[in-house]
Design a protein around this ligand. Structure first.
Ligand SMILES: Cc1cc2nc3c(=O)[nH]c(=O)nc-3n(C[C@H](O)[C@H](O)[C@H](O)COP(=O)(O)OP(=O)(O)OC[C@H]3O[C@@H](n4cnc5c(N)ncnc54)[C@H](O)[C@@H]3O)c2cc1C
Length: 478
């Protein structure tokens, strides 16, 4: 085992930084966490203080359970969410039940014609195959080196349809094409520029299910923060890092709004592009991934717990707008209801310099949402107060507000950067912008294991490889 550093500084108190600090503290290392925000949670911690400004749904629940077990915390209050209801332009409503929850495809196929059902099952089968093929190299393992990449390419790589764009793979000639394209946005892709391999993301949701965490994900960040504090981790909130000083390939200290900090080793759980800029370097000029524009809504009555997607008249048009740097006038609306809290999210271009007034665009989105809700059960939302979160707001935690770092376009674009940065041997770069990727469970895996690598500890998959009960009923005959 490597010699343990005496003092490690972690930059960023989002999920990745919290996971890193906890793994280090458990190993007996002295840890200080620096974050520009006033509290823990990163992308979940902007806006209203009582609910998340970013992540709403839990996937890979086994990772959350394993993390709690490692930290001697009571098991998280997770329950399978009702299927996401999708409302299509032609008036169709479709709510696919996750295989893991339903135990079969029957309830999903009953909503489709025979031909649509066959196509659905075939696309679900290909997403499952891509996911299972990818997991040992790209998800539940350290960043792959050339040998492991070559092995993947030779054994399973061809099944990931390397030369095929996602839009061609999922073309259904029916109302379902946007349904399948949207999963690529979970990694920040423009779905019309994404490679076919991002189709594997669909399996995580449609196979293993979407889960709900009681209290929400911001509350989880607060629980992890409290556990870290109890283990002796020191948090310096309101501390904005401006640069890192290096000598002989090692980071010696950070310059911050609160003065200089020194440490023996470092974890940066902030956007990789920001870390590089603190080191005086820049990322290769690749396009940034997608940003978001969200509304947090306080409601005057409890509307229960559910997820909905309202498709626009023309999905392709929404992405033309985003590519041109415009906030789309008729975007896909994602709505998450949780008691008296509602969260609405649309895709947006990654440019905090947008001149649109966030309040004005927020009003347009709210009017559109209420319009769609007028004809559905429950009617429009009883909104008491709302807040807009624009790409400029998300840029407080990510370069240009790109939620997942660089755009995962083209085959090599979908390969996430590793945990090592040039000229910074004692620094591990972790979080949603690097391996294994975006989303809360993968950011946690990144932080937990990037910190583990600094200490020479073996990779811990936090039970990620465990196939949830229920999915083994997959109907192979289809
Ligand atoms: C609107 C939205 C919806 C989402 N929905 C989901 C979902 O439903 N499910 C899901 O799993 N994931 C979802 N995600 C993705 C998920 O939120 C992220 O992948 C995850 O939170 C990233 O965590 P992180 O720790 O890597 O980064 P961050 O949360 O970005 O943390 C980085 C931290 O670094 C700090 N930092 C940055 N610059 C500096 C500086 N100069 N000095 C000091 N500190 C600095 C920031 O303040 C921040 O706290 C969503 C994201 C958004 C924005």
């Amino acid at each position: 085992m490597r010699r343990q550093p005496g003092h490690v500084a972690v930059i960023g108190a989002g999920f990745a930084g919290l996971a890193a600090a906890l793994r280090l503290a458990r190993a007996g290392v002295r840890v200080t966490v620096l974050d520009a925000l006033e509290g823990p949670g990163g992308k979940a911690a902007l806006g209203f203080p009582e609910f998340s400004s970013g992540p709403t749904v839990v996937t890979m629940p086994q990772v959350f359970r394993a993390l709690h077990a490692r930290l001697n915390l009571p098991a998280p209050a997770l329950e399978a969410a009702r299927p996401t209801t999708t409302y299509h332009g032609d008036g169709r409503v479709f709510a696919p039940e996750a295989l893991h929850v339903a135990g079969s495809l029957d309830s999903t196929l009953a909503q489709l014609s025979l031909a649509e059902g066959r196509r659905y099952a075939a696309l679900l089968a290909s997403s499952r195959r891509m996911y299972l093929d990818a997991q040992d190299t790209f998800l539940f393992a350290p960043p792959p080196g050339p040998a492991r990449l070559a092995r993947y390419a030779l054994t399973r790589g061809r099944r990931a349809a390397p030369q095929v764009p996602l839009r061609r793979l999922v073309r259904s000639g029916s109302f379902m094409t946007p349904f399948w394209l949207r999963f690529a946005t979970y990694l920040g892709a423009d779905p019309y520029r994404a490679p076919a391999v991002l189709h594997n993301i669909a399996w995580v949701e449609l196979g293993y299910g979407v889960w709900h965490l009681r209290g929400g994900l911001l509350e989880l960040a607060r629980t992890l923060h409290a556990r870290a504090t109890a283990l002796g981790v020191r948090f310096e909130f309101g501390t904005h890092v401006t640069s890192l000083s290096t000598h002989g390939g090692q980071v010696l200290g950070a310059h911050t709004s609160q003065g200089a900090f020194a440490a023996d080793a470092w974890v940066s759980a902030a956007d990789r592009a920001l870390t590089l800029s603190w080191l005086g370097k820049s990322e290769k000029p690749t396009p940034r991934g997608v940003s978001g524009f969200a509304l947090q809504l306080r409601l005057s009555e409890d509307r229960g717990r559910s997820h909905h997607i309202y498709w626009p008249a023309e999905y392709a048009r929404e992405w033309q707008d985003i590519r041109a740097g415009r906030l789309p006038r008729d975007p896909t609306l994602y709505l998450h209801l949780d008691g008296t809290r509602a969260f609405m999210l649309v895709n947006a271009p990654p440019d905090p310099g947008l001149t649109d007034d966030p309040r004005e665009y927020g009003e347009l989105l709210l009017a559109r949402l209420q319009d769609r809700l007028r004809t559905s059960e429950g009617g429009p939302l009883p909104v008491q107060e709302w807040r807009a979160l624009s790409p400029a707001e998300y840029a407080r935690t990510a370069k240009a507000g790109a939620l997942y770092g660089r755009a995962p376009h083209g085959l090599s674009g979908s390969l996430r950067p590793g945990w090592q940065l040039p000229h910074a041997r004692n620094l591990a770069q972790v979080g949603g912008t690097v391996h294994p990727g975006g989303g809360v469970p993968l950011s946690i895996l990144s932080g937990w294991n990037g910190a583990g690598q600094l200490l020479g500890l073996p990779f811990d998959d936090l039970d990620g490889r465990r196939v949830p009960q229920g999915t083994e009923v997959w109907p192979f005959g289809l």
